[in-house]
Design a protein around this ligand. Structure first.
Ligand SMILES: Nc1nc2c(ncn2[C@@H]2O[C@H](COP(=O)(O)OP(=O)(O)OP(=O)(O)O)[C@@H](O)[C@H]2O)c(=O)[nH]1
Ligand SMILES: [Mg+2]
Ligand SMILES: [Zn+2]
Length: 305
């Protein structure tokens, strides 16, 4: 047996594909190392792992995960454990579409929080701009740009914004995440036509994607770096975030957060609240404030369970 360190780039049917300096080993998890994490992915794509190789050297066992320096994660099905979707990435590309499926700011706000908590640099990508006019696109992008977030407009169908997207990916490790059908796989396929990537369709009645990509997979980029395509997510919970800490993750709250009269103000119905005042004067948008309140409510519900 020989021991080696490699990177998990795919997980399928209980097997983890581990890359050790260009050689691929099919590995399983040793014993009951991760027994407590029943619903979470104990080993995630992007993880650096120590493996034991069989005599054949094709297959092996994962017996240790090296410390992660960043992660994209959410609560697992039972809400009690963390499910790490992808680890050790620098950049999170939050893929959205103007239409089919419709743009939802709520999920973007949840991704921005998740990025900050996981140590990832977020970039918002607005895809399918061929399906709308500039006025509508501006209404979506302007609020985020004015907060200092990078927003990239793309169309995989008309090959718009692809050079900028390629430049963003270069020499870094990035993950594309978002609802099903927004065009994550289409964008990668448009950039790298010879990659083996399946593209789905969007239901003409529900305007939702059909969950075409079913596993996360990491691809090496031609000029160095990696990119991970992921399955579309239905919702993005925030793992163990106490509601009273939520206001720290809305950057525009920063300057007015200390102007509330009451200590521990939830900024929802208390009088003399700096945040609610800032909404009234237009310094905080109704959209973001609404998002804050709705996430706050969902965090309260989580805590009651
Ligand atoms: N009009 C238009 N359609 C697009 C664009 N990008 C993707 N699509 C279409 O959107 C549908 C879904 O694309 P996918 O790339 O499979 O979406 P995905 O985000 O990978 O979806 P999942 O794998 O299910 O999470 C396909 O029919 C694509 O042809 C675009 O820029 N414009
Ligand atoms: Mg896909
Ligand atoms: Zn307040």
């Amino acid at each position: 047996m020989s021991r080696q360190v490699g990177t998990v780039f795919k997980r399928m049917k209980g097997f983890y594909y581990v890359d050790v300096e260009g050689t691929i080993h099919l590995c399983r998890i040793k014993g009951n190392l991760f027994q407590k994490n029943l619903y979470g992915n104990s080993v995630a794509v992007g993880d650096q792992v120590e493996i034991d190789l069989d005599a054949s050297e094709d297959a092996g066992w994962i017996y240790k995960i090296l410390p992660r320096h960043s992660k994209l994660s959410r609560p697992a099905r039972d809400g009690k454990v963390e499910q790490v979707l992808v680890s050790n990435i620098e950049s999170l590309l939050i893929i959205t579409s103007v239409k089919d499926p419709p743009f939802r700011s709520g999920i973007v706000d949840r991704f921005l929080i998740t990025a900050q908590r996981g140590g990832l640099k977020p970039v918002i990508v607005l895809n399918k701009i061929d399906l709308s006019d500039q006025q509508f696109i501006m209404e979506i992008t302007a609020p985020y740009e004015s907060l200092g977030y990078s927003v990239l407009q793309t169309s995989a169908a008309e090959q718009t914004g692809l050079d900028e997207l390629k430049a963003l990916l270069q020499k870094k490790t990035s993950v594309l995440s978002g609802h099903s059908g927004v065009g994550k796989s289409s964008l990668l396929k448009a950039l790298f036509p010879n990659w083996e990537i399946k593209i789905g369709s969007v239901s003409s009645t529900s305007h939702k994607g059909k969950h075409t990509t079913t596993i996360s997979e990491m691809f090496p980029l031609p000029g160095g770096g990696y990119v991970v395509d992921t399955p579309g997510i239905r919702e993005l919970g925030l793992y163990q975030l106490p509601p009273e800490e939520l206001d720290q993750f809305f950057i525009e709250f920063e300057t007015v957060r200390n102007q509330c009269k009451y200590k521990g103000c939830s900024h929802r119905h208390e009088p003399s609240c700096g945040i609610q005042d800032a909404v009234r004067t237009g310094h905080i948008t109704e959209q973001r404030y609404h998002s804050y309140c709705s996430i706050y409510e969902s965090l309260l519900e989580n805590n009651l369970r």
